[in-house]
Design a protein around this ligand. Structure first.
Ligand code: NAP
Length: 307
């Protein structure tokens, strides 16, 4: 069924890392008659036009989405409502409106009251990305073999959901359907809290007075260096994620703090067995992620080392 999916016109709002990757993957899959891209940032739009990964480039979102059968919103979560309000008056009846935002309940409740009930609002989240931003950072194979989580409302139109599922499969993704609430809870622990920990540890290290910032950079082998990669992620995107997934993030942070306290206690009382047991269990999680094809075996995250 995947190879039969086709939309006469697709519009992407937001030409950054994810929007430009979706555009490139659409062109690679040949699933759009016309592909229109829009971004509010003139410099981003000029760069996108230069890279040429769509048929049309518009500074006015309304022009891009007009007559589109599928609209993908690829802007930060906090910008979804203003984009929704801007495009609502021109959306084609029967169009599928989806997004790529990292939070799902917040996006649905921001967009649902704004959009006409003649369109199908079906949020989605490709669980794929990098710590980079902007149109040059995107690439067509970003979604290959990665999960895309679709979070349809209860009253979803089955045909529209089927078309959106086939669309993401054509872009290389494996699709999973779940409720927005469940998505937000799962992603809080697999993505949002890990980013917060990375931001926090890098922040703490750079604030330490006894260890100078230049030493932190000079001796940043191993663990710290890997945290800095995550902590280099886009500040706007991540600010919006935490502001829009408060409840689930705070719940998971509560669990995290309890477990950290238990580790503190094990170190204080010399409970080597507790430490060893945990480190053995976590090593097994890494093994299972590799076995599931979600990462590669390569040592040191595949970094190249001289012989
Ligand atoms: P990005 O590279 O910063 O791209 C976002 C683009 O949207 C920027 O060019 C931004 O312009 C533009 N934009 C912001 N507000 C807009 C508006 N009102 N109208 C039109 N364009 C607007 O960010 P990204 O990484 O692609 O993230 C986009 C979405 O994907 C976010 O919702 C994020 O949660 C989600 N996501 C990200 C990842 C990841 O790993 N990065 C993975 C999965 C999903 P300015 O730069 O001028 O603000």
């Amino acid at each position: 069924m995947t190879d039969k999916i086709h939309f006469a016109r697709i519009a992407i709002v937001g030409a950054g890392l994810i929007g430009s990757s979706v555009a490139r993957a659409i062109v690679r899959a040949g699933v759009a008659g016309t592909l229109a891209v829009t971004d509010k940032d003139e410099a981003v739009l000029a760069e996108a036009r230069e890279l040429g990964f769509a048929h049309e480039f518009h500074d006015d979102a309304k022009k891009a989405v007009q007559d589109a059968d599928l609209v993908i919103l690829a802007v930060p979560v906090g910008a979804m409502a203003s984009v929704g309000a801007a495009i609502a008056p021109v959306l084609k009846a029967g169009a599928i409106i989806s997004d790529v935002g990292s939070v799902k309940e917040g996006v649905f409740s921001a967009l649902e009251p704004l959009l006409p009930d003649t369109v199908h609002l079906i949020p989605g989240h490709p669980v794929a990305g990098t710590e980079q931003s902007g149109p040059s950072a995107g690439f067509a194979s970003l979604f290959d073999g990665r999960w895309c989580i679709i979070t349809p409302p209860e009253a979803v139109d089955d045909e529209a959901l089927g078309r959106l599922t086939c669309f993401w499969e054509a872009l290389g993704s494996k699709v999973e359907i779940m409720t927005a609430k469940h998505h937000d809870l799962v992603l809080a622990i697999t993505s949002h809290v890990p980013h917060l920990i990375a931001y926090n540890i890098v922040g703490t290290a750079s604030d330490l007075e006894e260890v100078t910032r230049s030493e932190v950079i000079k001796y940043s082998a191993g663990g710290f260096r890997d945290f800095t990669r995550i902590a280099a992620s886009d500040p706007t995107m991540w600010r919006d994620v935490f502001l829009n997934n408060k409840e689930a993030v705070l719940e998971m942070l509560g669990r995290f703090s309890e477990d950290l306290t238990a580790l503190q206690r094990a170190i204080r009382w010399g409970d080597g067995d507790a430490l060893f047991d945990l480190f053995t269990r976590t090593r097994d999680i890494r093994r299972r992620i590799i076995d599931a094809g979600q990462d590669e075996e390569a040592a040191d995250f595949g970094r190249h080392h001289k012989e």
